[in-house]
Design a binder for this molecule. Structure first.
Ligand code: MSP
Length: 670
């Protein structure tokens, strides 16, 4: 009977639309799912959205939409992401679905029946961004230790889960399952944390309504993590009366791999197994924690405002190239920087030069010298055998590395095979062999072995780049091959090739040209997003630079391709470096400051909505960016001759745009 394999992504909060961070986990999980299918396993791959909790309720209020309507809109953008990124998920779960309510209430009842829930009062700190209770001792400068955001004081009646009771059972479980959490250093952190003692956990709230009601006490809604973690069981059918659902739970639980970002390890490695033990269920088999994509040194995140849109990269480089880049660039467990330069370099060197080249030269030679039909190999010489050995070794290592989630290593290994094929072709010099009829057998052999190795490369890149793998197979006249039977020398002689098409044509454009393409070319299927900011188009913050104090963006406001502007339109805006000469408060205004600035060409007055964030004296002498060719406008009776650029996160205070290196007034900003 085929082996079951269950892989999950976290279910994503729907307070904001998906960005590269969410796309990353989903693409990695997809590659793992595809690899296990190729290994012949019975794969169930789950992703979805985490829709309850205070954060989502507030985001809906800010968007001035009823929460269920808001939830439908944003959840759809995550579902759309799966389509856009060629994700092969078996199910997409939303925690607002009735099947999930049933499952969570069933878990609650079981945990209550085990005597692990009691009522008390919670008084303490809460971080709404991460939806976590933060003990006073863990605050860092009064803020959340995970996201650095503000925490709020809560005082309300709450149900508690007896987490403290599970300290020893958890430690025993870790001891018995040394592979439970990857990477090992994270597992050590968890063990140390648990060994230091666990406090009971507040698992219900009364101060808002957007959640799953506690059975028999609807004044309480469940803590969003109690609700969310259960999704992994809901999707298998837990809580349903259906016999086939019960069979599915039986089949796939607990042989599950939870793939997630490092910031939510505690919930998965401590709370979740404890809830399950309490409910009489087995803890998950494996947790794999990856690092963060950083942008400008900070975790890419909506709350910081430094997010990159996956759609921009898909429109310029294609889905497969984005998938390849993120999986090649970030070794499992470590953080990595997301940069436009990084992806362009990998595209041109790894995809266009290495992979694209080996495929096109092999196919072209078979078309040219053997009329597009794969010749039969002669007796293998030492070069041929060495290439075959390397190919077979790579197959085994790639299988192993996928099984241990080392996708980066698997890709490195595959690229060594690609280099070896390129080198083999260079050494054999088929173009010379073709001129000598006495070398017919050697040429046949060379073409055969090169094509055979390309076939293996296509199979090995399949989980990461399914489209490219498919295109190579079409050129080779073959079909998808299972990893279980993959080995060198099995390409059938006599196979007729398809026509040769370029796989990854080299991109000769500059980063600036690519960035303007990214904002012009968002594919029609992609989710509407705020266009990236002017200064860093492909990677800009989600909220556009605001001239005055933060104007919250309705998260769901759709804009179509027609709403985007060309680079020429953008260049009409004259952004210039300016220096603040004088600054003073505007009488009777809380938000406005009157500035006198030197624009390098003139001195002028600008009224800016930054008074809540800056004292006038902080600004004098400071370098800022202004829109210099704006129509003058009167604000509080003062004529403002331009606009100051500042960024802000939703609802936050504005921060003036600045530079790493000082620039003289008058310099253009573009
Ligand atoms: N809803 C919870 C998870 C509940 S699971 C039962 C949540 N949601 S989230 O929307 O904040 O998504 C967090 C996950 O998104 C991370 O764990 C990670 O998988 C992915 N990422 C979000 N930002 C990321 C980066 N900057 N870098 C890498 N992955 C990131 O937490």
């Amino acid at each position: 009977m085929t082996q079951p394999f269950f892989i999950t992504t976290p279910i994503y909060y729907i307070n904001a639309r998906p960005h590269i961070g969410h796309a990353y986990t989903t693409m990695v999980a997809d590659a793992i799912a595809r690899a296990h299918r190729l290994l012949g396993e019975d794969v169930f791959f789950l992703t979805g959205t985490d829709e309850h909790g205070q954060k989502v309720e507030r985001a809906a209020q800010k968007a001035e939409l009823p929460t269920p309507v808001f939830a439908d809109q944003v959840a759809e953008s995550f579902r759309q992401m799966c389509g856009d990124l060629n994700i092969s998920n078996s199910d997409f779960i939303r925690t607002t679905e009735p099947r999930h309510h049933r499952a969570v209430q069933e878990i609650w009842r079981r945990v209550a029946a085990a005597g692990d829930i009691y009522k008390g009062d919670y008084e303490g700190w809460y971080c709404t961004v991460d939806e976590v209770f933060v003990p006073e001792t863990q605050l860092v400068n009064g803020s959340c230790p995970t996201c650095g955001g503000k925490v709020e004081r809560l005082k309300e009646e709450s149900y508690y889960f007896r987490l403290s009771k599970y300290q020893q059972p958890l430690l025993d479980f870790y001891e018995a399952n040394p592979e439970f959490l990857q990477p090992a250093f994270r597992f050590n952190e968890v063990r140390t944390f648990v060994a230091a003692g666990l406090q009971d956990l507040s698992i219900s709230r009364t101060s808002f309504r957007w959640g799953i009601p506690v059975p028999d006490d609807p004044a309480h809604v469940m803590y969003v993590w109690f609700d969310a973690l259960t999704n992994y069981l809901t999707a298998l059918g837990f809580g349903s009366d259906d016999a086939s659902a019960a069979a599915r739970v039986e089949r796939f639980w607990p042989t599950v791999t939870h793939l997630l970002g490092k910031e939510i390890v505690r919930q998965h490695a401590i709370y979740w197994p404890a809830f399950l033990m309490s409910a009489g269920l087995r803890p998950p088999q494996r947790i794999v924690a990856h690092g963060w994509w950083l942008m400008g040194g900070a975790k890419m995140s909506k709350s910081v405002g430094n997010v990159a849109r996956y759609q921009d990269y898909v429109s310029v480089f294609g889905v497969d190239a984005l998938r390849y880049f993120v999986m090649r660039e970030m070794p499992l467990g470590l953080d990595a920087n997301f940069s436009d330069e990084g992806i362009l370099t990998r595209f041109n060197s790894d995809l266009a030069n290495d992979l694209g080249n080996v495929v096109s030269r092999t196919m072209t030679m078979i078309h040219r010298y053997r009329a597009g039909v794969v010749p039969a190999p002669g007796e293998p010489g030492s070069l041929d055998s060495a290439l075959q050995r390397q190919a077979d070794g790579t197959i085994e290592r790639v299988k192993r590395n996928f099984s241990t989630y080392q996708i980066t290593v698997a890709l490195q290994d595959t690229w060594e095979l690609i280099s070896a094929v390129n080198k083999y072709i260079v050494e054999r010099e088929p173009w010379k062999l073709a001129k000598d009829t006495g070398q017919k057998v050697t040429l046949d052999s060379t073409l055969y072995h090169a094509a055979d190795a390309v076939r293996i490369v296509a199979a090995l890149i399949d989980p990461v780049m399914p489209e490219a793998a498919d295109r190579i197979r079409r050129m080779l006249g073959g079909t998808q091959e299972a990893w279980s039977t993959l080995k060198s020398g099995t390409l059938a002689p006599g196979t007729t090739l398809g026509s040769v098409e370029p796989l990854f044509p080299r991109i000769e454009k500059t980063l600036e040209e690519l960035r303007s393409m990214a904002s012009d070319n968002v594919p029609p299927s992609s989710t509407p997003h705020t266009p990236p900011t002017a200064a860093t188009p492909a990677t800009g913050a989600e909220a556009p630079a605001a001239p005055t104090a933060a104007a919250p963006q309705p998260p769901a406001a759709p804009s179509t391709g027609a709403g985007r502007i060309s680079i020429d339109d953008f260049m009409k805006v004259e952004l210039r470096v300016a220096k603040v000469l004088e600054a003073e408060a505007v009488p009777k205004s809380k938000k406005l400051l009157k500035l006198k600035v030197d624009t390098g060409v003139d001195q002028r007055t600008i009224v800016a909505g930054i008074a809540e964030a800056y004292q006038p004296e902080q600004l004098v002498g400071r370098t800022i960016v202004v829109v210099a060719n704006l129509q003058p406008a009167k604000l509080m009776g003062i004529e403002s001759q331009g606009m100051v650029l500042a960024g802000s996160v939703e609802g936050g205070l504005p921060t003036l745009v600045g530079f790493d290196t000082p620039l003289a007034p008058g310099a253009r900003v573009r």
